[in-house]
Design a protein around this ligand. Sequence first.
Ligand code: PHE
Length: 446
Amino acid sequence: MNETLERWSSRRAFILAVTGAAVGLGNIWRFPYITGENGGAAFLLLYVAFVVLLGLPVMMAEILIGRAGRRSPMQSLGHLATQAGRSGHWRWLGLFGAFTVFCILSFYSVVSGWSIEFLVSAINGDFVGKGAAEIGAGFDAFLADPWRMTFNHTLFLAMTMTVVAAGVAKGLERLNNLLMPLLYLLLLVLAGHAATTSGFGQALAWLFTPDLSAVSPTVLIAAMGHAFFTLAVGACALMAYGAYMPDHQSLPRAAAGVAVLDVTVALLAGIAIFSVVFAQGMDPAEGPGLMFVTLPVAFADLPLGAFWLSLFFLLLLMATWTSSINLAEPMVATLQGWGLGRGQAAAAVGVAVWMVGMLSVLSFSTLADVRVLFGMNVFEWVTTIPPEIFLPIGGLFIAVFAAWVLPEPVALRALDAGPHGFRAWRGLVRWVSIPLTLVVLASGLI
Ligand code: PHE
């Protein structure tokens, strides 16, 4: 396949698309519960450090490859490698990325389905006057009902694949433009309101006074994985977007803007959620249900709470929608590269992801005790191993490719940050990001 001629319509459109991919369940759902499970402040500190030292430089590496190759991830990698006189086998990295996002999308769609359920409940006013315990019990009852979960999972995936089938650039821009600032504003209000509640002081202390003695290899791995996950890095998904990046735009500036916003959204969500946790005497390590149980409580205090809660779940759904579209893109691009039409490719991906997603749905009922690997059930496995192991491994190879394999002039041009900016970026990737990822991964294996 030849170079793609399609481009995002403007620099702003590119930034919005990458933000759309980055901000999603990772910030509002996964960040709080993983932070909760890993003890709070020490994890948070590591996560921010990993975003700066690994996530951000590797994000630039990944987009840079797409921009230099201007093809689907597999084809870009293969093409650039052979042009540089290296092995065309580099293209398999694109396939590994597609496999990673396949696993991630399978649970992403299920959890986004939970948001659909909560949106409907919020609109119906089901949470009005209820406390955390009651909402928690309702959530557990929902999880135990595979039919309702299947319905929502199916609906969400259909929504995603429809936009993907229609073509990424068109479907996304309009959506993103309008809605996301409203979501950030809502989170800001929520965090501001949390400051007036009794749990706020404890939440801040718990989030921001790290106890480094609590750091174990598990915490390290979780923090590194989440840095990749939240920035949507390591699965060649952003590489696919890089192919559409306009010619004159500084990549580091665009990427840094996205990362700052992404971390801010997570922190706001964390403050809002943990204030409720401590005010209600809940367990921070509650697990994947954490956001769903705490946010209805947080909103209940606000005037017109049920309305704002409904709006929140609607916007969250929009945010997860744009992320899941990005998750689907590498797979669809790969199948297109193999000759399928876009609609066919989207349909095939949709059906395959749906089937694997069903294993996650059933992980809360029929298959709850079926342990696949490492003593985890399917849902636990897909929410842990692909984000925490596959993404860093993918990111590692992406970093090596961009900083060691690509010829300097090609990478320099695609980064678009001048010779000094380029040296700084490449030095960081070569001597910090790559070794650090290796060390953390190794610490996890041992
Ligand atoms: N970054 C997305 C989120 O935070 C998830 C994602 C991971 C998207 C990997 C694309 C690739 O929700």
